[in-house]
Design a protein around this ligand. Sequence first.
Ligand code: AMP
Ligand code: TRP
Length: 336
Amino acid sequence: METNLKKKRVFSGIQPTGQIHIGNYVGALSLWVENQDQYDNIFCIVDLHSLTIPEKVKPDYLRRKVKEAAALYLACGIDPDKSTIFIQSQVTQHAELAWLLNCVTPMGWLERMTQFKSKAESLETVGTGLFDYPVLMAADILLYKTDYVPVGEDQKQHIEITRDIAQRFNHMYGEVFKIPEELMRKSGARIMGFDDPESKMSKSIGEVKKRHSIGLLDPPDTVKDTIMKATTDSNRELRFEYASPGVKNMLVLYEALTGKSREEIEKHFENSNYGTLKKELIDVVVETLKPIQARFEEIIREETYLNNILKEGRERATEIAGDTLDIVKRSMGLSL
Ligand code: AMP
Ligand code: TRP
């Protein structure tokens, strides 16, 4: 693949473990696909991040999920002719840069991370890797001289700390890193759980709890069951501004998946009840997932095709990451 120097670079990633869901699609994957022609894109399957809660990740499970995530990227419309797709652990520079960045990152910055605090709360043993997770993420982004990082809202704080780490490094060792920015949807950057619209739809909860999320590989019956039983209220409020959290969440999903304006949607549902919204949302979700699932089934069977894409991705990523890491090491006084 030729690198177009004029295009700005995009980098993003998803952890392969858990159930990749409609929130990941709306907040991240569909945004990657939408902007694919405009940028030089690098998309990573961040398997090293999946190890930060090792109790949840058995080796066979991880192997299977990495492949599934790669196939899902492609099935959602990531085009290997336009985007580089690779597996984080296959490009060793990520772990190496993370160490170097560790040495310039104050612990206090990491102690403030809200995602760390909420994940750590539910764990008996908190690994050092979980604490250090944002530094590895900063390494991912900074290795590729990234301009934009398309993510959901929950990652905003991690992009901010990436900028802080890059700036601190540049201050200490010279202008080495480009300062990245997040790219986020105005609406749809935080899809909530269908069962509990007060909390974010989550991959790990989705894997163990029914009716919390809709996985990209869920069959129509599951989609129907989840949406029909989604939390609502006893009002009949179908306007974005006034709707209760559960109804608002469905309206936002409908908005993101149809591309219609809020005005159009409110007019469309003007004299409807929640049942109508739910039925129409089921149709929209099922129609969105149908082509993704068909393509996924094809790709997952074509092992050589998938492996070749990941091999090419690894080669291109290694080249770029290797160049950056050399500059970083030299600037710190390390010999090459
Ligand atoms: P993760 O599931 O944490 O690996 O997230 C992968 C990508 O999906 C990141 O860009 C997240 O910000 C995004 N994402 C995760 N959960 C949601 C959600 N509930 N709504 C919107 N985006 C999300
Ligand atoms: N932390 C991100 C998440 O859980 C995944 C991730 C790791 C990422 N490295 C990244 C996202 C680099 C964007 C850029 O969603």
